[in-house]
Design a protein around this ligand. Sequence first.
Ligand SMILES: [Zn+2]
Length: 390
Amino acid sequence: MFCSSARGPVAVPRKRQDVRLYVCGITPYDATHLGHAATYVTFDTLIRVWRDAGISVNYVQNTTDIDDPLLERAAATGVDWQELACSQIALFFQDMEALRVIPPDSYIGAVESMDLIVEAVQGLQDKGFAYTLETGDVYYRVDSAITPPFGSVSHFDRKAMTEVFGERGGDPDTPGKENPLDALLWRAEREGEPSWDGGRLGRGRPGWHIECTAIAQRYAGLPLTVQGGGSDLVFPHHEMCAAHATALTGEPFARAYMHTGMVGLDGEKMSKSRGNLVFVSKLLEDGVDPMVIRLVLLSHHYRSDWSFHESDLAEAEQRLELWRAAAKLGSSLGAEVVVANLRQELSDDLDTPAALGVIDDWASAALSETAGAETDEIVAAVDALLGVRL
Ligand SMILES: [Zn+2]
């Protein structure tokens, strides 16, 4: 990324890679609401479970540090788009650190990946999978013959695709497109917008999907073991990433997709248009223990849509106090059994609510025991697997 002050870990060459995980990162204009946090804590927990099982992980996350929402927010607030991105990225890092999210091995921005992206777009052109409009904008042809076919990630039919495409960043009404669902690969330079050298594409900036495709291919390697993100990314984002990658390489993009549920507020959808986003930084400012936030997030299964209520914080605080009290007292309950149960629940589709239940039971038992025993092993397992410091 271009923000040297907020730079994350750089790519580290690895000798052995059992699994390749790519999780779609933030567009840095509005970080970090609880929905973001739920997603990144989920994948952090997955990585903890993998590592605990002796699996080597290469985890790559992008940051979409140039895209329409970022430029729109910058224009609306009168802040330079780069300053906005840098400040939001710094905030995101702070929030992730507080939540004890282990940083990805590679954290890569779109701006620093222009060469890769341009190369990928040109590759699609060379293979006949892309076309250029009179405006100079380059589009991916969704009717391209590829295997696995377009639609194999989301399993949406064309009607369902059409319904959400426009709502999720697509531009079905752009004149001249062969198919309304065709995805932007390269947006030709516009007056007053930042642009980069695209070689024969001309100056411009990248589409969102090809950004992730190119970064994943370069830094994680394809096929990915898992591509992750919020469930709203299933279509068009992950579908398009997969289509671009398959068109380029002839191979599937990812072996598995893992999507996290949407987080609402008091039964309503949480969104910037409703102005009801709950930010991690605000909760931390209000003095909420970050481990309480992490426990709120882990108390929901990652696949579920759920709604945050203020009272969730008090419940999680109570749970954390119970666990911490038990950790201090010690328990005669066999640590080996507790840790084995914890591992078992997490290995069952990352069942974090059940995993929390295992520790609840241990803590209750510990607090009702009179004789103390060593609890270090359990405290270490809660720290390592759940990311909760007691
Ligand atoms: Zn992505």
